[in-house]
Every structure is written in structure tokens, then in C-alpha cells.
Design a protein around this ligand. Structure first.
Ligand SMILES: Nc1ncnc2c1ncn2[C@@H]1O[C@H](COP(=O)(O)OP(=O)(O)OP(=O)(O)O)[C@@H](O)[C@H]1O
Ligand SMILES: [Mg+2]
Length: 300
């Protein structure tokens, strides 16, 4: 058997942003539900360790959460899984000091359990908290597809988030002199950008600005970022109120043909059709990071 494996079916997506309240959680829920409606097996995990609120948004009362896993109330992530609409969910928790500051052993235990459960799904989506702290970025870097959500007003911090993640990735690589899954030194962070609360033209304009910023970052700091445009979602407070606020239901469930419903669906379709090309990889990002952390506790 060749040491080159065909890219595993299971895809890992993470949503990140520097700023809070830009729409990561809505995006994560909608992606999970839409990919599920398209027949994919999807697991959504609320990994926002500061203010995990997916359960609140979906009106789920006192569920078992990831906190139970970190506190060793349960040993398997499987026992936290609950079916919601067209996807499976592992709820998170908010406002818990210990959860917000997990240690090295806890992080390793999570990644190990995560490796196991992710295999069972076509897509695993990690909804992360705002910010660029180490735990958040490391969880973001586990993903094959890190997605930066930003609004037009928050673009500075949206870009800052890409730069910080690239720095962490390059730092891990440079310090350890390891190779990435393709056998190269990791020099580029390749995030996908979603522009929320934004019309299409504005989103394209901002994306062009990001591409220019990337050139500056490369020449000035020697940090490589390879951005990819994924889509935009317009603003509609009334629709959000009618769905999430009053009914605790996804837009793709209640109003799939609304503007927002169609925009989220387009992103999911683009994701499935355009971005997925099976290719041989030696080792996926998840395993690679796991190996680095396992051997180098001081990196935590
Ligand atoms: N396209 C949109 N149109 C109108 N309101 C939106 C849109 N997207 C998100 N919102 C609203 O903005 C607020 C923040 O959204 P959300 O919770 O998804 O952001 P977040 O990035 O996950 O926040 P946090 O950083 O706190 O996790 C919510 O009240 C949500 O309903
Ligand atoms: Mg959120």
C-alpha cells in the first residue's frame, strides 16, 4: 500500500473571527443544517469556550455539554451528541472559567476524542468563540477549511484574525521544522472568507482589499496568507427575529427561500461543488497538529 492516502471523506470546518457578534454561530448552524438537508452527515460542535450559545439559539434547555466532557463527567464525545433538525449537535457552554481556560491535557484529550468522532461524519463544523487566543486558534487550525466570518465594519479585525492564525501556524512549523501534509514547510494559511451583514458588491470590494493586504503582509512580515472568497450574506434583522429569536429555529428550516436562506445555501453549494477536489494527502492537518502538540507540551 502506498503511504499516500486518498483524502478522507470527513471534512472539518471551523469558523473564526477576531470580533464577537459577526455571525459565526448563525453561519455554523445554517451550514450544518443545509449540508444535512443535502444529504450529508454533519456534526456541529459548539467549541466557543467563552460564550457557547448554540443551545440557547436553538431553544435547548440544560443539555449535556462539552463542559461535561472536560470535567470528565463523560468520556466519549458520542454521549453528548443530539440530533437537531438535519444535523447532529454537541452543545457547548458559556460563562465558565475552567472551560474558558482548558489546559494542555484537556486539549489533548479533546483532540483525541475529536479525531475519533469526526471520522463518522461527512462534515464536522467547529463553531469557535471570538478572538485569537491560543486554544481558539489551535482548534481553528485543526480544520481543513478555516472560515473567517467578518462584517464590512469589522474587516480590520477580520484580517487580523487571518494574520494571527498564520503566525501560529508558521510558528508551530518553524520551531519544530516539521513538514505539512504535502511534505512542504508550512508557509501559508489558507482561510475562506465569508462577509456577513454585507451586500455582494461591498463584499467583493473588501475581498480585493484583503488580497492587497496579503501582499503587504507577505513582504513586510514574511507571513503567507492565501485567502479564498466563499460568499456573502446580507443583513435582515426581521428574519433573524422571526426565526432564531422567536422560534429558536434555523432560517434554512423556516424560510429556506428567503434572501438569507438562499445566500447560505449558495455558500454551502459552492463549498461542496467548487472546493472539494479529492487529492492524495500524506497526513491531514488534524493529525499533524495532534502529533506536534503531543510531542511538545511547551507549545501550549
Ligand atoms: N445576516 C444577519 N442579519 C441580521 N442579523 C444577524 C445576521 N447574522 C447574525 N445576526 C445577528 O447578530 C448577532 C450575532 O450573531 P452570532 O451570534 O451568529 O455571532 P457570533 O459571531 O457567533 O458571536 P459571538 O462572537 O458572540 O460568538 C445575533 O443577534 C444574530 O442574530
Ligand atoms: Mg458565536
Amino acid at each position: 500500500m502506498s503511504h499516500l492516502a486518498v483524502e478522507p471523506v470527513s471534512k472539518i470546518i471551523s469558523t473564526i473571527s477576531n470580533k464577537g457578534g459577526v455571525g459565526k454561530t448563525l453561519f455554523s448552524i445554517e451550514m450544518a443544517n443545509i449540508l444535512g438537508k443535502m444529504g450529508k452527515k454533519v456534526l456541529l460542535i459548539d467549541t466557543d469556550i467563552n460564550t457557547g450559545d448554540i443551545a440557547v439559539k436553538l431553544g435547548i434547555r440544560s443539555p449535556k455539554t462539552l463542559l461535561d466532557f472536560f470535567e470528565k463527567q463523560v468520556n466519549e464525545l458520542e454521549s453528548l451528541v443530539r440530533p437537531e433538525y438535519h444535523f447532529n449537535l454537541i452543545p457547548g457552554a458559556g460563562g465558565n472559567f475552567k472551560f474558558a481556560n482548558i489546559n494542555y491535557a484537556q486539549k489533548m484529550r479533546f483532540i483525541r476524542a475529536f479525531k475519533k468522532i469526526a471520522q463518522k461524519y461527512d462534515y464536522t463544523i467547529l463553531d469557535l468563540g471570538a478572538g485569537i487566543d491560543r486554544t481558539t486558534l489551535d482548534f481553528a487550525l485543526i480544520a481543513d477549511y478555516p472560515i473567517i466570518i467578518t462584517t464590512p465594519e469589522d474587516i480590520q479585525s477580520g484580517y487580523g484574525c487571518a494574520k494571527a492564525a498564520a503566525e501560529r501556524l508558521i510558528g508551530l512549523n518553524g520551531r519544530l521544522k516539521v513538514l505539512d501534509p504535502d511534505g512542504n514547510r508550512v508557509e501559508e494559511f489558507a482561510p475562506y472568507f465569508v462577509f456577513n451583514k454585507s451586500d455582494k458588491n461591498i463584499a467583493h470590494g473588501i475581498y480585493n482589499g484583503i488580497r492587497r493586504a496579503v501582499e503587504v503582509t507577505r513582504s513586510k512580515y514574511n507571513i503567507g496568507i492565501k485567502p479564498e472568497y466563499l460568499g456573502s450574506v446580507s443583513i435582515d434583522y426581521r428574519l433573524v427575529k422571526r426565526t432564531y429569536v422567536s422560534q429558536h429555529k434555523p432560517i434554512s428550516e423556516m424560510y429556506p427561500n428567503s434572501d438569507l436562506g438562499r445566500e447560505y445555501r449558495q455558500i454551502a453549494e459552492h463549498f461542496i461543488n467548487a472546493l472539494y477536489q479529492p487529492q492524495p494527502v500524506k497526513e491531514r492537518r488534524l493529525n499533524w497538529l495532534f502529533r506536534i502538540f503531543k510531542d511538545n507540551e511547551e507549545l501550549n
